[in-house]
Design a protein around this ligand. Structure first.
Ligand code: NAP
Length: 186
């Protein structure tokens, strides 16, 4: 996305939402749509920094990025949050989560329930059954227990699922459950 397109997108968001400023804008790396890929993000980040200086953005976040890109971006501007693919079966960002937690920066896992290919695992089902919860509740509870800087954004079109997902915040996973969930393969 060129600087002009990025600026236009932010201005479109502001108009559509009826806001004077966006609280957070995540710069999503498009270097590889399938996952984080090393490469420069300076140009689009510069554009967001300019928009922040103009008062149109309050905070800048990053999405679909590597740990190096986060560190490089932090040399240019404060990074308010990071949104990457992560869930109980896909733990490739473990080190990044710990690094961000040490800096009090929120990590927002996208596809927390697997997204288009919902999580399916015998271990997950067994733990859920023993705890009298649903597998998706266990998956969300695991994320909340994984690190205090994790914020959840599970998507649903169902009121029942929304209620289930909210209740997952009260589900405490004991050590035996955490060990069993460590066996889940991506
Ligand atoms: N930054 C990025 O690049 C990026 C990429 C992808 C997604 N995202 C964001 O990440 C967020 C989550 O993504 P997502 O909604 O695609 O994936 P998700 O939260 O992992 O999964 C949503 C799927 O899980 C189902 N579901 C939700 N709660 C359930 C429950 N309690 N029991 C059974 N099934 C349940 C939903 O179906 P029902 O509708 O039937 O409940 C839906 O099919 C969204 O805000 C999305 O915009 C960001």
């Amino acid at each position: 996305m060129s600087p002009a397109e990025l600026t236009q997108a932010v201005e479109d968001n502001l108009r559509n939402l009826g806001l004077e400023a966006l609280d957070v804008v995540n710069l999503r790396s498009m270097l590889d749509v399938h996952g984080p890929a090393e490469g420069p993000l300076e140009e689009p980040l510069d554009t967001l920094i300019t928009l922040k200086k103009r008062g149109l953005i309050r905070h800048i976040g990053l999405s679909n990025v590597t740990a190096k890109q986060v560190a490089d971006a932090q040399k240019m501007t404060p990074i308010a949050c990071v949104q990457n693919f992560y869930n109980v079966a896909n733990r490739q960002d473990d080190a990044l989560i710990d690094t961000l937690a040490a800096q009090n920066i929120p990590y927002v896992p996208f596809f927390p329930l697997g997204g288009f290919t919902p999580l399916q695992s015998g271990d997950l089902n067994q733990v859920a059954e023993k705890l009298e919860a649903t597998p998706m509740q266990v998956a969300l509870a695991w994320l909340l227990q994984r690190s205090p800087n994790i914020l959840l954004i599970p998507g649903t079109s169902s009121l029942g699922h929304l209620q289930e997902n909210l209740a997952a915040a009260d589900l405490l996973l004991p050590d035996w459950a955490l060990s069993a969930l460590d066996n889940i393969k991506p």
